[in-house]
Structure formats: C-alpha cells, structure tokens
Design a protein around this ligand. Structure first.
Ligand code: HEC
Length: 328
C-alpha cells in the first residue's frame, strides 16, 4: 500500500521524538559495601583541570547538558555562562541568587537550597524535576562549587544524562573535589533513591528563583545584621555609633541570641556533625553571657565592658570556624 511508508516514517519519527523527550530511568543505587566516598574511586577518570574565568571559578563541563561551578560573580560571569549555551542556572546555595542579572543574559534561575549533610527527599524531587522539565543546558552552583553544587549536578548526570552512579560520584570526587567530609552528599547519589520520571512529574514545584530555608538561613541573615552592629559597637568601646546612633548594644545582643536560639533549638541541628553542633552550642552560650555582660554595663558596671568586647571576638571566631567548613 502506498500509505504504508509514510506511516512507518511517522511512527519512527514519533519514537525518536519520544526517546529524546522521556528521561532515562535513573540507574539503580550502588551496593553498600563501603562508604560512598570510597565508591567514588571505583573507576578512575582522566585528569581534568577546572575552567577559570573572571568571576567564574571551579567550572567543570560534566556533559553537553550539565556544567558545575562556583557562584557567578558579576555580569562577566553570567555572560560567560550564556556563551556556554546554558539556559537554566540551578543554585543549591542558601543565598538568594542574582536572578535579575542572570535574566539580562537570557538565563533562568531555579533555587533549591540544600545542606552539607545530604539531600532531603523534597529537595531531591525539586532538583530532579528541574533537570527533567526546565530548559537545558544547566549550570549548577553552590558557593565555592566544590561540595553541594557538584552533588546536585551529579543528580542531573544520573536522571538527565543516564550516567551510572559510580561515574557521577567519581566526577564529584576526582574532578570537582567534593570533600570526604560530606559523605551524606556522596551517599545521596550513590545509595539514595532517585525519583522516577513519574515522581517528578507529579511533584508540585514552582521553579522559583529564590527559596529559603525556613530555619537556619533566615536566622543567619537576621543574626548577621545584629552581629555586625555589635562588632561596630564593641570596636567603639560600647559608645553610640555616629552612623547608627539608635543602635543599643543590649538590644543587638538580644537579637543575636534569639537568632542563635532559633538555630540551636531547631530539630535539624540534631542531624548535623558534632563539630557543627559544638560551634552552635558555644556561640549560643557566648551570646547568652554577652547579654548578661551588657545588662551589667547598662546598669552602670563599667567593668563589664572589656569582657563584652572579648565575647564578641569569641563569637566572631565561632562564625568563621563554622563557615569555613560548612558554608563553602
Ligand atoms: C555552627 C555553624 C555556624 C555558626 C556558628 C554560624 N553560622 Fe552562619 N552559616 C552557617 C551555615 C551552614 C550557613 C549556610 C546556610 C546556607 O547557605 O544555606 C551560614 C550562613 C550565614 C550567612 C549567609 C546567609 C545567606 O544569605 O545565605 C551569614 C550572613 C551568616 N551565616 C552569619 C553568621 C554570623 C554573623 C555568625 C556568628 C555570629 C554565624 N553565621 C555563625 C553556619 C554557622
């Protein structure tokens, strides 16, 4: 029949189209014979250097469709990302992305903040859905582009590119340099359930360019405002600041303490590593004694001033120590 050939052509065209559009089923989890970090050395990848450009660091092109890197800084960085052909930027950092600058270069931002201890199931669904339903190629970043960003990119390597799990974690370890400390991130990719196409299709997610943590991040932002003022006041020997004459030391210390209490009492803290919990506890205790010292100072006990200055320095050290390990 003369109609037969066109039907066959049409069917094969449809099949080709469908195979291009329906994402692969994620490769099965690896057997848990050791740590996920060890499994990331089970295959040896050829050496690769990061691509470095102004404002854009630690960049690795993992596939045609996925690039991993650090947070883009400034216009030139977004321009370079657009020049790579990228259409969507996925940020897994806590900070709200610079979606306005990205938009100038035709780039869409999707924001799914994750933590260092691993990827929670809703976060995983949002990340997988982004890879499957937003327009690629994708640039995936956290802050330094070493730990959380590469883990999210690895999700894309499995759910979008159909890469085997051992390949995806090998890229995290051998190229991007994800630290051994973040076994939770490795484990999510090596051993975790990755959502099926049906699961991401049914998951409600708005692809918004700015999401936040309900707890930690909001508290950090709040705390940094009051703590900065406290540092300025401490430097000024607790005398009023010319640039901010309304700032009261005690009030700022109380705000800092409240923010720390919010983090220290949150359920999620229990899942954090011991050093993290330690810094949080020490910060909380230090903020509490700072409030006591500044109360005494307000009541006229001038001897409390020096101790309060020391407490601020002690607190600052805790912020920095914790950020070194957990905010990169
Ligand atoms: C025990 C750990 C810990 C301590 C102590 C700590 N932080 Fe943080 N902080 C974090 C983590 C983790 C993040 C990253 C949150 C994210 O990006 O999702 C963060 C993020 C921040 C941010 C960025 C928020 C944003 O916009 O994303 C600021 C600002 C900040 N911290 C200020 C402070 C200050 C000021 C102190 C000390 C008074 C402090 N932090 C103490 C763990 C800590």
């Amino acid at each position: 029949m003369s109609t037969r050939l066109p039907v066959v052509v049409l069917l094969s065209a449809l099949a080709a189209c469908a195979s291009q559009q329906s994402p692969p089923r994620p490769a099965p989890p690896l057997p848990k014979t050791g740590s996920a970090y060890e499994a990331a050395a089970s295959i040896e990848l050829p050496k690769r250097e990061a691509i470095e450009q102004p404002g854009l660091h630690h960049v690795y092109r993992l596939s045609d469709r996925i690039v991993s890197g650090a947070e883009p800084e400034g216009e030139a960085a977004f321009e370079a990302i657009a020049a790579m052909g990228v259409k969507t930027i996925l940020s897994v950092d806590g900070k709200a992305p610079d979606a306005a600058t990205a938009a100038k270069y035709g780039l869409r931002y999707v924001h799914v903040p994750i933590r260092y201890k691993g990827i929670e199931s809703e976060e995983m669904l949002a990340i997988a859905k982004t890879f499957r339903e937003a327009e690629g190629p994708f640039f995936v970043h956290c802050f330094h582009g070493q730990h959380r960003g590469p883990a999210a990119a690895a999700v894309g390597r499995v759910v979008l590119d159909g890469a085997p799990r051992e390949q995806a974690i090998a890229e995290m370890r051998q190229w991007c340099g994800t630290s051994k400390k973040y076994e939770g991130l490795y484990g999510a990719i090596a051993f975790g359930e990755l959502p099926t196409p049906a699961a991401t299709e049914g998951f409600g997610f708005d692809f918004a360019p700015a999401h936040g943590f309900k707890g930690t991040r909001a508290a950090m932002v709040e705390m940094s405002r009051s703590f900065e003022t406290l540092e300025a006041l401490a430097k000024n020997q607790w005398k009023p600041l010319t640039e901010h004459p309304d700032a009261r030391s005690l009030g700022e210390a109380e705000r800092t303490l409240r923010a720390l209490e919010a983090v220290a009492s949150s359920e999620s803290l229990a899942g954090e590593p011991a050093d993290y919990q330690g810094w949080m506890r020490e910060s909380h205790d230090a903020a509490k004694s700072l409030v006591e010292l500044l109360t005494r100072l307000e009541q006229g006990d001038a001897a409390a001033a020096a101790g309060a200055v020391e407490k601020v320095a002690y607190l600052k050290k805790r912020c920095d120590d914790c950020h070194k390990g957990y905010r990169n």
